[in-house]
Design a protein around this ligand. Structure first.
Ligand code: C2O
Ligand code: CU
Ligand code: CU
Length: 487
């Protein structure tokens, strides 16, 4: 049944009661209604320098363990780490290389690694069947065959993904190639990966304890970290910077922009460069999605402070109510990197919809009873994830159109498909059109309430079982995931 019917029939009117009234559909909450409620962002002090994530340019050894780290200033928290502090190293590889990564599981629970956005053989993809028990290791040998882009990695043990990511297990995976190198994009100190994640803390400790309601909405924290630091600042020179931004949050959508009317140029999204840059003031970034931007700070005076912010976005439930600051940027006046934004960035083929051998519809609006504490459960096509059931079978090398249908739904679902990069053909209902980041290759697409999004892709020659799922990680863990087989 549809969620709103479910709510009616189960008379769960307490759901969203914290948001101030009986329904999120009415979108009648003002920022003021939300202040102090769960998920209301604390802006923070912006007095700690941005942490630059360590880079791993060769093979990597990751050691998933419980650690104690200082995330909030002056407070130590339990967290999970791959290398001593939250967030793993940024793995960098060139197209054509093979990266070997070992994972030692020093946690007290199963874990594994999925390489989000990378197209890999089945046994390297981090399917939830392939996990390491406590004390065991997994060895990944990753043939990097695709184009340059900002990819990432995180655990994928079913039912545990959200908490393990929340507790600190995630990292970036950057692929470089010649096409991109020829553009001379800002690099070195001028190319900065940013992983944005909201967290909930209790008494200075990372606290992952979603209620039934928070499994419905997604777990929203009050503290936004960038590269593991709350409210950091970054000193910039006057010139161009490239920011590769990953939304590594379990459920929060950001509407990324800068204060002071500073615009940015979107040059890439999930699967690498766009055809041409688009100049923007804000861009929605759902969980799992990446945006690759360049910004020119040379028009700003020395000493000028601006902020990387999330602008409010209305009409999609409580989480879009607030605008908030994410990171402070201080222009120090020294001359920085010169760069000329090229008119053309990349050549991207447009798959022909007529070449699709099949159209599959995935109903993502349907809820099922029997969830946590009287709540409904998230489903795809009315089904909850079964690790052993194959739900769809596609042909290797064939092209298909998949439709994610949330026309009747009232939750935000960032839909993600393993094993392929797709292109967005069309958005029906809701926003009705593609946004700038959807004009290139994607692996995750935001499907807002009232929308149906159609994507097209050609499956690779790697056969085996992969998953598709909602990248709201509370929804994923709740079972909003299916297996599909490439045969
Ligand atoms: Cu980043 Cu299966 O996910
Ligand atoms: Cu993935
Ligand atoms: Cu979802």
């Amino acid at each position: 049944m549809r969620r709103r019917e479910f709510l009616k029939r189960s008379s769960l009117s307490a759901l969203y009661a914290w948001a101030g009234s009986s329904s999120i559909m009415t979108a009648c909450h003002t920022e003021e209604d939300m202040i102090g409620k769960p998920g209301w962002i604390d802006n923070g002090a912006f007095d700690r320098p941005l942490h630059m994530l360590p880079v791993s340019a060769g093979n990597a050894a990751l050691n998933a363990s419980l650690t104690t780290t200082e995330i909030l200033k002056g407070a130590s928290s339990d967290s999970f780490s791959y290398a001593g502090q939250i967030l793993g190293p940024t793995i960098v590889a060139n197209t054509g290389e093979i990266r070997d990564v070992s994972l030692l599981n020093n946690l007290a629970e199963d874990t594994n690694i999925h390489w989000h956005g990378l197209i890999l053989p089945e046994n390297m993809d981090g399917h939830p069947r392939n996990v390491a028990a406590p004390g065991e290791s997994l060895y990944y040998s990753l043939p990097v065959s695709q184009r340059a882009g900002t990819y990432w990695y995180h655990p994928h043990a079913h039912g545990r993904t959200a908490r393990q990511v929340f507790m600190g297990l995630a990292g970036m995976f950057i692929v470089r190639d010649r096409e991109e190198a020829a553009l001379n994009l800002p690099s070195g100190a001028y190319e900065i990966p940013l992983i944005i994640q909201d967290k909930h803390f209790s008494g200075g400790n990372l606290d992952y304890s979603p209620t039934g309601e928070e499994i419905m909405t997604g777990y929203l924290g009050e503290t936004v970290l960038v590269n593991g630091i709350h409210a950091p600042y970054l000193d910039v020179k006057s010139g161009w910077y490239r920011f590769r931004i990953l939304n590594g949050s379990t459920a929060r959508v950001y509407n990324i922009g800068f204060s002071g009317g500073v615009q940015f140029h979107l040059i890439g999204a999930d699967g690498g460069l766009l055809r041409v840059a688009e100049t923007l003031s804000s861009l929605l970034l759902g969980p799992g999605e990446r945006m690759d931007i360049v910004v020119n700070f040379s028009g700003l005076q020395a000493g000028k402070e601006i902020y990387l912010i999330s602008n409010a976005f209305l009409d999609y439930g409580p989480q879009g109510r607030q605008s908030f600051r994410i990171m402070k940027i201080v222009v120090n006046g020294q001359a920085g990197s010169d760069f000329v934004l090229p008119g053309t960035l990349s050549a991207i083929p447009s798959p022909d919809p007529a070449s699709a051998v099949n159209v599959r519809v995935f109903d993502i609006a349907e809820m099922q009873s029997g969830g946590h504490r009287g709540m409904a459960r998230h489903t795809i096509n009315g089904k909850v994830f079964d690790i052993d059931r194959v739900d769809e079978t596609v042909g290797a090398g064939t092209t298909e159109i998949w439709e994610f249908d949330n026309l009747e739904g009232d939750e935000i679902h960032p839909m993600h498909i393993h094993g392929v990069q797709f292109q967005v053909l069309e958005r029906i209902g809701g926003r009705k059109k593609l946004i700038a980041s959807e004009k290139g290759w994607k692996d995750t697409v935001l499907v807002m309430p009232g929308e149906k999004v159609r994507v097209i892709m050609t499956f690779p020659s790697y056969t085996g079982v992969f998953v598709l799922h909602c990248h709201n990680l509370e929804h994923e863990d709740d079972g909003m995931m299916l297996n599909y087989q490439i045969a």
